[in-house]
Design a protein around this ligand. Structure first.
Ligand code: PMP
Length: 374
């Protein structure tokens, strides 16, 4: 179990030089691996294809650029801490109660607020694995314990997850579509799962890639909210809406639950420029839909091409594909990098590749074709 505080006495041989005496950190923090910036891959011809971070390849939406310019004039002022204009826009667009909405610094910021609000030392946070890499980090930072349930054939095993819920489980993440596999769980199985989770445990349905879903059997998490106070849906403006650099996301849920969760809000963490940009992004819904249509068409084309080459590719409903290459993952990642293509390689497991514009994807397919088959 992860402990919150390092209670050891200072070591007898602690350095006497005051400049050598560092503060004592919680083990939860000192035990984490530091972030290491990755250089973008560059081909011998100087080309670079950023397919590692699940971003949209499209530039800033025109209305968003205008809103940013306007909001920039007022950044000497603090943002609206309640984010009322954005909250009202989300509520109206999706037919939600504004009291059931909470903003945050990206959906990862919101996820941290959710964990902080419900879990601490001795509590468990349950999620599938592999899934979004921030879940174990945020759990650890809260001093809580991660319980990971392996995916079954690349898909959430909701039955096994429900079996692992104990009276110590405070939060369950369900990532739909799942990062890194792109796979989805359907409405019926998700509803059955939600019915099995005991009251008192928060279920967070992370729908960061919702706008890329075209499978009609995959539920819109917002439609599952009525009558389920234990469910919260996470959404972000970082992916389809193209605001990854601005850091804004939100949670939707029962107003009574969100009302309490909001107490864990890091003041002013949803900035004013980000809020204004998000309103404009929501008002650009038609263009967002056209852009996601391009990516989902590319998803079909690239999946088919890879399968024709003999690659195993799970069905993705997100803007990326997962290649379960196992021991060959690192070699394929390096092979892509040498062609200027940045992908996310998880050594020993697989490679996640973001779908870009057709020319980016062609470059990736050329690299995949040239990779020696196993
Ligand atoms: N959830 C999932 C599943 C993700 O993949 C990501 C981004 N990689 C996030 C949440 C966080 O996105 P953001 O903080 O930019 O909203």
């Amino acid at each position: 179990m992860t402990t919150t505080h390092d209670t050891q006495a200072p070591a007898a041989d602690a350095p006497r030089d005051p400049s050598e005496q560092l503060p004592r950190f919680r083990e939860a923090v000192s035990g984490l691996v530091n972030y290491r910036p990755q250089k973008p891959a560059l081909s011998p011809e100087g080309r670079s294809y950023p397919l590692a971070a699940n971003e949209t390849p499209f530039g800033t939406l025109p209305k968003v650029a205008e809103a940013i310019a306007e909001a920039a004039a007022g950044i000497n002022r603090y943002p609206d801490n309640g984010g009322q204009a954005l909250v009202a826009e989300i509520a109206e667009r999706f037919g939600l109660d504004p009291e059931g909405l909470m903003l945050g610094c990206g959906s990862v910021g919101v996820a941290q607020q959710l964990i902080t609000a419900v879990a601490g030392p001795g509590d468990e946070v349950l999620y599938a694995w592999p899934s979004f890499e921030a879940y174990p980090i945020l759990t650890r930072l809260a001093g809580a314990t991660s319980v990971q349930v392996e995916l079954r054939e690349g898909v959430h095993d909701l039955t096994a997850m429900a079996d692992r819920v104990t009276d110590r489980t405070r939060l369950v993440f369900v990532c739909n579509p799942n990062n890194p596999t792109g796979t989805v769980v359907g409405r019926t199985e998700l509803e059955e799962f939600l019915d099995r989770v005991p009251a008192g445990c928060l279920v967070v349905l992370d729908e960061a890639y919702y706008e890329y879903v075209r499978d009609t059997g995959t539920p819109d998490g917002l439609s599952l909210l009525p009558g389920r106070p234990g469910l919260v849906v996470l959404r972000t403006f970082s992916k389809a809406y193209g605001l990854a650099g601005l850091r804004i996301g939100y949670a939707a849920g029962d107003p009574r639950v969100i009302g309490t969760l909001r107490k864990a809000y890091l003041p002013y963490s949803a900035g004013s420029v980000a809020q204004a940009a998000a309103v404009a992004a929501l008002r650009s819904g038609g263009e967002v839909r056209r852009r996601t249509d391009v990516i989902t068409a590319e998803r079909t084309r690239v999946t088919d091409a890879l399968r024709k080459l003999g690659w195993r590719v799970p069905e993705s409903e997100a803007n990326f594909l997962w290649l379960p290459l196992g021991e060959r993952a690192a070699a394929f990642g390096a092979h892509c990098a040498s062609a200027g293509i940045s992908v996310r390689a998880v050594p020993g497991t697989g490679v996640r590749v973001t779908l870009g514009l057709p020319a980016d994807n062609d470059a990736f397919l050329a690299a995949a074709t040239a990779f020696p088959p196993s």
